[in-house]
Design a binder for this molecule. Structure first.
Ligand code: ZN
Ligand code: FE
Length: 742
């Protein structure tokens, strides 16, 4: 008999790993112990060399569904004696290295119990087990034990306690365990008072209110949604009006895959993604029919659908049996509402509120994803997927905190060869959103007991994240590492895809701070893991009024016209010119001429805006990415011609393209040729720098563009775990040449 120590790391806590080991060890008739520690799970047991091998094979083959083994090591240790096999208390040490799970949608077994009238948790809206339910949204610190979660204030009833204590039960140590008599309870109210009804009737009442056209705020797993009947123009129109969100598409929650098939042209991959245990919003090709309100996403041919992810949503959709709008409850630019106080601040939007008394410690918005052929492209990585751990292609010799960009903020903690990335935090510009950003850093570093040696940020001096990093650097006297925005975009993909050799990075986005202090966004750079060199770029054009030109793309067209015709541009017969008054035109001309509040930009995002405006699709945008989304619908794959452009001294000049576009009246032709031209730009640079192509930046949320590039250049890589937009910048900021251990 020998004593062995097995150490397992990965996703092994909060997923039923210890009871699994216990039951397996009991079958093997082993004596020993299993426990959690800061690395994951450790097992000590007595047996011989041959049997331990079989045991390890069984661990790998039969491990619990939500678990993931990154590392498993076995070593012989000094002889110990045990009288049976036991699960023992967690052994703590300093920094936590285990992975925490995101919030997971309800599992099959729990869903069956939820619908079984003989079960004690029949219709209990918070039913959960070790294979499903909230994790990230309830955790305060590691190790993942009930007293470190927001369930600490719920005292288990005897029945739940017995399940919790029994290693043979599927709710053994399920931290969010509860039932009608001991777990969280619902509350339905209007703006002034609670609605009197029983727990079991509350969801039926809510369904009725939604059917009657009311807007109901509903507390989901990681934040509140604003919900209304997706088939009613009146209800959806009202929601848009009250939320002051005129155009941005609204996500729709549907009961099942059959409803998805009625509303969209959906393939197998997309169905699998809808059913993924994260239950993300999947952006699909819309079917033309009159089921949904025309106000959901009328100007584009896509629709974002998702399935119920919590027992509460399942119960609600079962009663309603028709689609609902479920959009994040917040004021534009502000963080998601997490508690009654937050939701009451926007009570001008909702009529009723359905909530419950379990605190949301860490927020997470819905994840959003689309497909390019078989490959997912994420718009937002949050509920169900994040926090996400990514293995680095190198080892670090220090702890690094990276704080990302300023829009679609995410942050990461990096240590050893691992990065833990937070869910989408959102844009950080308002006081509340800056607080929210800081709270996220505090929570994540607390959970991991993490102290950074270096803080990494963007080079943009006005980013709130940069200001935060500088402040921390000074106060804590740690190192700071500023990484160029567009290099970080490419580096993020390289790290995710484990690419360490030289690549041609194509970094296209809306705006980012360039190394020369100008606004970049149409960059080609030859990069490896430690350096980058800009080899080509879109020739910059003027943004009359700076930020205002981002909202009003007609200003970009006008600037181009000034570039071509000078003052005469004011007399050009074009919609974008007529969009402005003569006084405005005169002012803009002066601004253009004298460079007053008229920064230049090399952004492809802005080029999309300009093209959408030239085609008369839109002269003022109300949400980011609108022009890109609107152009997709006009692309005709049978048009293969393109515009000519000049590449000179490392700049791509588009003035010729614009001249040709202005003469063209046919939107479909202009837009199709524009897409082909963008692909040709990359192809031309690729001919000069024949390296593997890596795409990064928000422009590549455009699935059509990515598809066309991949058709033309086979050796093209784009991220598929993190989004191509600024949500991945924090990953690209990890490590520099002097703290990477090769
Ligand atoms: Zn379950
Ligand atoms: Fe960016």
């Amino acid at each position: 008999m020998l004593t062995f120590l097995i150490t397992i790391s990965g996703v092994v806590q909060g997923v039923g790993f210890r009871p699994f080991i216990y039951n397996l060890a009991v079958r093997y008739k082993f004596d020993g112990v299993v426990f959690n520690n800061s690395y994951g799970v450790q097992i000590e047991l007595n047996t011989d060399e041959k049997t331990i091998q079989k045991f390890i094979d069984d661990i790998k083959k039969q491990k619990p569904p939500l678990s993931q083994i990154d590392n498993l090591s076995v070593k012989k240790i000094e002889k110990k004696s045990f009288d049976s096999f036991k699960i023992i208390k967690t052994k703590q040490s300093h920094q936590q290295k285990t992975k925490i799970l995101p919030d997971i949608s309800i599992c099959k077994e729990c869903e069956m119990e939820l619908k079984d009238p003989t079960n004690k948790r029949y219709k209990y809206p918070f039913i959960t087990c070790t294979s499903c339910g909230p994790r990230w949204s309830i955790i305060k610190s590691l190790p993942y034990d009930r007293n470190n979660t927001s369930f600490d204030k719920f005292k288990m009833c005897q029945e739940c306690q017995d399940e919790y204590n029994n290693p043979k039960d599927r709710r053994y140590h399920a931290q969010p365990i509860g039932c009608f008599s001991c777990g969280p309870v619902l509350n339905l109210r209007d703006k002034n008072k609670n609605i009197k009804t029983t727990q079991k009737d509350m969801i039926t009442q809510t369904a009725k209110l939604i059917k009657d056209g009311f807007i109901v705020a509903i507390k989901g797993v990681g934040g509140y949604h604003l919900v209304c009947d997706a088939t009613s123009d009146k209800a959806v129109g009202l929601l848009r009006e009250r939320k002051k969100r005129p155009h941005k598409p609204l996500a729709v929650m549907i009961k099942d895959i059959n409803q998805a098939k009625k509303l969209s042209n959906i393939n197998q991959k997309e169905q699998d993604m809808l059913l993924n245990k994260a239950r993300p919003i999947v952006v699909l090709q819309k079917k033309q029919n009159k089921i949904l309100s025309k106000y959901i996403a009328d100007h584009i041919d896509k629709i974002g659908l998702f399935l119920p992810y919590s027992p509460l949503h399942i119960l609600l959709l079962d009663i309603l049996n028709s689609p609902i709008v479920a959009t994040s409850a917040n004021i534009s630019g502000e963080p998601l509402c997490l508690n009654s106080k937050d939701i009451d601040k926007i009570d001008f939007i909702w009529d009723y509120c359905l909530e419950y008394n379990r605190e949301i410690i860490n927020s997470s918005d819905d994840s959003v994803v689309t497909f390019v052929d078989d490959q997912p492209i994420f718009y937002r990585v949050a509920r169900g997927f994040a926090p996400i751990s990514i293995k680095l292609p190198y080892k670090l010799d220090e702890n690094i905190l990276t704080v990302g960009a300023n829009q679609k903020s995410t942050i990461s903690l990096a240590f050893d060869d691992m990065a833990v990335i937070s869910p989408h935090i959102g844009d950080i510009s308002t006081i509340k959103s800056i607080e929210h950003f800081k709270k996220n850093i505090k929570n994540l570093t607390n959970i991991y007991n993490f102290t950074p040696d270096t803080i990494s940020c963007d080079k943009h001096p006005n980013y709130e994240s940069t200001k935060y990093a500088i402040d921390i650097q000074k106060r804590k006297n740690i190192n700071i590492n500023k990484v160029g925005h567009h290099y970080a975009h490419i580096r993020a993909v390289m790290i995710e895809k484990n690419i360490t050799k030289k690549v041609l990075g194509v970094s296209w986005d809306g705006t980012g701070y360039g190394d020369d202090g100008k606004l970049w966004g149409g960059e080609f750079m030859v990069c490896d893991m430690v350096s980058s060199k800009r080899v080509c770029s879109l020739k910059a054009f003027k943004l009359i009024g700076g930020e205002k030109a981002i909202k009003e793309p007609a200003r970009i067209v006008l600037a181009m016209l000034f570039d071509i015709y000078g003052k005469e541009a004011m007399t050009v017969e074009h919609e974008a010119v007529r969009y402005f008054t003569p006084t405005q035109l005169n002012t803009f001309y002066l601004m253009w001429q004298k460079d007053i509040n008229t920064p230049v930009s090399s952004s492809i995002g802005r080029l999309f805006d300009m093209v959408a405006s030239i085609c008369g699709l839109i002269h003022s945008v109300t949400y980011e990415g609108q022009s890109g989304a609107m152009t997709e619908k006009y692309f005709d794959k049978n048009i293969t011609s393109s515009y000519s452009f000049d590449i000179k001294d490392g700049y791509i000049d588009t003035i010729d393209m614009v001249k040709q576009m202005l003469k063209q009246k046919d939107k479909t032709l202009t837009i199709s040729k524009f897409y082909r031209t963008l692909v040709n730009m990359i192809y031309e640079v690729y001919q000069k720098e024949p390296l593997p192509v890596v795409l990064g930046g928000g422009v590549f949320q455009n699935a059509l563009l990515v598809k066309l590039i991949k058709e033309k250049i086979k050796d093209t890589t784009i991220s598929s775990i993190l989004p191509p937009n600024d949500g991945s910048i924090c990953l690209g900021q990890i490590g520099k040449h002097n703290n990477i251990v090769v």
